[in-house]
Design a protein around this ligand. Structure first.
Ligand code: APR
Length: 253
C-alpha cells in the first residue's frame, strides 16, 4: 500500500455520487475470524487435510475491527450508499451499518428467515432453541413441533446459504441493482471466486464505475480494476477514511 494509492482511493470516494462497497471474509480476519482461501483459510487448511483454524473467541463474542468501523464512518458521512457482503458473521450490523443499506448474500449466522413471508428474525424472536431443534438449515428434517414463523406461521430456516442453496432473492437483486448503478465500487477482503456474488464487480465494471480492490491476496479481477491496493483492511481503511474527511473539509461541502 502507498500514500498515492490511499490518496487516489480517498479522492474517488470523497467525490463519488454513489459508493457501493463489497466485502468478503478478509474484512473480518483482523477481528480474529478465519477467511476461506487465504494462507490459513478454512478451505486452504481443509485441502491440506487440516482442521479449520481455532478462533480465540466464540463467533458471537467476536467484535468488529477498524475496517468495519471505517465503513460506518462513511455511512455517517452520507457517502456509503450500499454495502454488499458475503460474510455471515453479523459484524457489519454489529458495527452499526443500517440493515436497509446492507445485502448479506450468504445470510447471517444470527438470523432465521421465513420461507413464506421472507421476514428475517433472530433465533430468539423465532423462539428457536438450537439445542432442541438443531441449526434449522433448509435441508434439515422438519420436526412437526418445531417453531413456525411468528408472523405468518410459515416454515422458518437458518438464513445461512450453504453450498447448493439458493441465495436470498431480494438481497441478490439489490446487490446487482446497486452494482450496476454506482460510480465507485470498493471491494474489501474477497478473493472474488464465488458466484453469483462475484458478478457484482463485473456489473460495476460494465456500468463504467471506478472499481477499487483492497485485498491481501490475488483475485481474478486484479488486472481489470482501476486501483489495486494490497494490504490489511483494518490498517488501510481508517487511513482512506481519514483522507476522505480531509478532502471533504477542503471542499467545504
Ligand atoms: N485485509 C485484506 N485482505 C485480507 C485480509 C485482511 N486483513 N485477510 C484476508 N484477506 C484476503 C485474503 O487474502 C483473501 O484473498 O481476503 C480474501 C478472502 O477471500 P476468501 O477467503 O475466499 O473469502 P470470500 O471471498 O469472502 O469467500 C466467498 O466463499 O466459501 C465461500 O461462503 C463462503 O462467503 C464465502 C465465499
Amino acid at each position: 500500500m502507498s500514500a498515492e494509492e490511499i490518496e487516489l482511493a480517498a479522492q474517488w470516494i470523497a467525490t463519488s455520487k454513489k459508493l457501493v462497497v463489497f466485502t468478503g471474509a478478509g474484512i473480518s480476519t483482523e477481528s480474529g475470524l478465519p477467511d476461506f482461501r487465504g494462507p490459513n483459510g478454512i478451505w486452504t487448511r481443509r485441502d491440506k487435510g487440516l482442521p479449520p483454524p481455532k478462533t480465540k473467541k466464540p463467533w458471537h463474542l467476536v467484535d468488529p475491527n477498524p475496517a468495519h468501523y471505517a465503513l460506518v464512518e462513511l455511512q455517517e458521512l452520507g457517502i456509503l450508499d450500499f454495502l454488499i457482503s458475503q460474510n455471515v458473521d453479523n459484524l457489519h450490523l454489529k458495527s452499526g451499518i443500517k440493515p436497509e443499506k446492507l445485502a448479506e448474500l450468504h445470510g447471517n449466522t444470527t438470523l432465521m428467515v421465513c420461507l413464506q413471508c421472507n421476514r428475517k428474525m433472530t433465533y430468539e424472536e423465532a423462539g428457536w432453541d438450537k439445542r432442541i431443534w438443531g441449526p434449522g438449515y433448509r435441508t434439515s428434517p422438519v420436526h412437526p413441533r418445531q417453531p413456525k414463523c411468528p408472523y405468518c406461521g410459515g416454515r422458518i430456516i437458518s438464513s445461512i446459504v450453504n453450498f447448493g442453496d439458493p441465495l436470498p432473492e431480494k438481497d441478490l437483486e439489490a446487490a446487482f441493482y446497486h452494482s450496476k448503478t454506482c460510480d465507485v465500487f470498493l471491494v474489501i477482503g474477497s478473493s472474488l471466486v464465488v458466484t453469483p456474488a462475484a458478478y457484482c464487480p463485473q456489473l460495476a465494471l460494465k456500468a463504467g464505475a471506478k472499481v477499487i480492490i483492497l485485498n491481501e491476496g490475488e483475485t481474478p479481477f486484479d488486472n481489470l480494476v482501476h486501483l489495486r491496493i494490497y494490504g490489511k483492511a483494518g490498517q488501510i481503511m481508517p487511513k482512506i477514511v481519514a483522507q476522505v474527511k480531509e478532502l471533504l473539509k477542503l471542499q467545504k461541502y
